[in-house]
Write a protein that binds this ligand. Structure first.
Ligand code: TMP
Length: 251
């Protein structure tokens, strides 16, 4: 079979040219990396789970009118998405202190924040994705003031949606990261949620036990990452309800 043209290979995904103009095939790899790829492993089944989970979250966002790149699933590891120009920012929303915020500000992990806090990091692996302010973003032209208003509104809508959907299955959405893409429709540009939404890019804690069900399991060597992601998928109804630990998928 003629292989599609590879456009980009990142740490967890590969992008191929899509079958129609303006589309991209997004392939989810089993590779897991942390600390800017200082720690790496191949986690059997992770790509399959993230493909399905990202589809589940993006489809839900579509249903509540939050524009995003997802078009349709192609197979176990691939989905068709809209081609967009990624804004070079990681947009992080935090509901509880954890990770780099806890370290930076000395706030105990798990402390509820007075309100959701949105942070921006400049996407640059060589620099380790440094935290930046809106001043940097405006001065260096990474996004306009109108873009920033739209990005903030998208981030907070994703937060409300993801917090609610997780709360309903006994999981606390501690924080997450999204990426934003620009799509051009004639002379007009629009911002949409892009990349992926999965346990790779969220912190998810069981509400009762505090058990971590996200990539911190890998970052901090806390056990099986596929067991954790499968548990999230099972609770959301993306996997069968039985005690499945392998990523056997239902339609
Ligand atoms: P942090 O506490 O390490 O800054 O992470 C905040 C959130 O962003 C957390 O949910 C994990 C996610 N994240 C990514 O998706 N990619 C990354 O490269 C990093 C550092 C964090």
């Amino acid at each position: 079979m003629a292989r599609r043209k590879k456009i980009y290979e990142g740490k967890a995904k590969i992008l191929y040219e899509g079958p129609e103009p303006g589309t991209i095939v997004q392939y989810f790899k089993d590779d897991a990396t942390a600390f800017n790829a200082e720690k790496k492993d191949v986690i059997d089944g992770k790509g399959v789970l993230n493909n399905r989970l990202s589809e589940f979250f993006m489809s839900g966002l579509t249903q509540i009118g939050v524009p995003n790149h997802f078009i349709r699933r192609l197979n176990m590891r691939e989905q068709l998405v809209r081609n967009c120009e990624i804004v070079p920012l990681e947009v992080i929303v935090r509901n509880y202190a954890a990770g780099s915020m806890s370290k930076r500000l000395g706030i105990a992990e798990g402390t509820q924040l007075p309100r959701p806090i949105v942070e921006y990091c400049y996407k640059d692996d060589a620099l380790g994705d440094p935290l930046v302010t809106e001043e940097h973003i405006a001065a260096f032209g990474w996004a306009s003031q109108q873009d920033m208003d739209d990005i903030l509104s998208l981030a907070l809508r994703v937060n409300d949606f993801m917090s609610g959907i997780m709360l309903a299955v006994g999981i606390r959405l501690v924080d997450f990261k999204i990426e934003i893409g620009r799509v051009f429709e004639g002379d007009y540009q629009r911002l949409i949620v892009a990349d992926e939404i999965s346990p790779d890019s969220c912190r998810l804690w069981d509400i009762e036990t505090g058990q971590k069900l996200d990539k911190d399991v890998f970052r901090r060597d806390l056990g099986s990452l596929t067991d954790a992601y499968s548990e999230v998928a099972r609770r959301l109804g993306v996997l069968p309800q039985s005690n499945v630990t392998k990523p056997t998928l239902i339609n």
